[in-house]
Design a protein around this ligand. Structure first.
Ligand SMILES: [Zn+2]
Ligand SMILES: [Zn+2]
Length: 181
């Protein structure tokens, strides 16, 4: 199941970019919810019994926590896409009903990749680095168009990828690994 593995590590990579303060806020949010619960019960102003308040606090805490984590994600993700981190973080916080976050995911630019060899910025779909001609994706050796790693024949010109494909695929694999941050 290599595909499943890859997507789960990608998901973990996405989680990892969220800064620690966002996780801290989530913990603080939970603590605040529990504190509010205890205070409400101690002062006997609680409109609901404790048994009903506990799940409410957990659901509320999770909801608010996800909101904070998404803001933390927007804050970091905007940076690696060449967008203003400050502006998008503020929009995510200030636009009500999480619409700023939705807007961010609709409008965000593709991620900027860096050439593992020379550090030039790469746009998605590039087959070669414009700075040093480093091969980024497997390409057909005859027509130079991008092909998929497992392809036996070029889908564009029909040439046999058999002999050169292994070399091409290996090059692409290492490029993907080192540029996949
Ligand atoms: Zn390069
Ligand atoms: Zn071709």
């Amino acid at each position: 199941m290599p595909i499943k593995n890859e997507s789960s590590t990608r998901f973990m990579d996405e989680i990892r970019i969220i800064s620690p303060w966002a996780f801290l806020l989530v913990i603080l949010g939970y603590l605040a919810a529990i504190a509010a619960l205890v205070i409400a019960n101690l002062s006997r102003k609680s409109p609901f019994p404790l048994a009903a308040m506990v799940p409410m606090a957990i659901v509320g805490g999770t909801f608010v926590g996800c909101y904070f984590l998404l803001i933390g994600y927007v804050n970091r993700d905007a940076g690696r896409r060449g967008m203003s981190r400050l502006a998008w973080t503020l929009l995510a916080i200030l636009i009500p009903n999480a619409l700023g976050i939705v807007l961010y995911f609709v409008l965000r630019k593709p991620r900027i990749a860096i050439c593992p060899q020379c550090g030039a910025s790469l746009e998605p779909g590039f087959g070669f680095c414009p700075g040093c001609r480093y091969r980024l994706n497997p390409v057909c050796l005859k027509c130079q168009r991008a092909v998929h790693a497992g392809d036996k024949f070029c889908p564009y010109c029909g040439s046999d990828l058999g002999a050169g494909a292994n070399e091409v695929v290996q090059g692409a694999g290492s490029a993907g690994k080192s540029s996949g941050f």
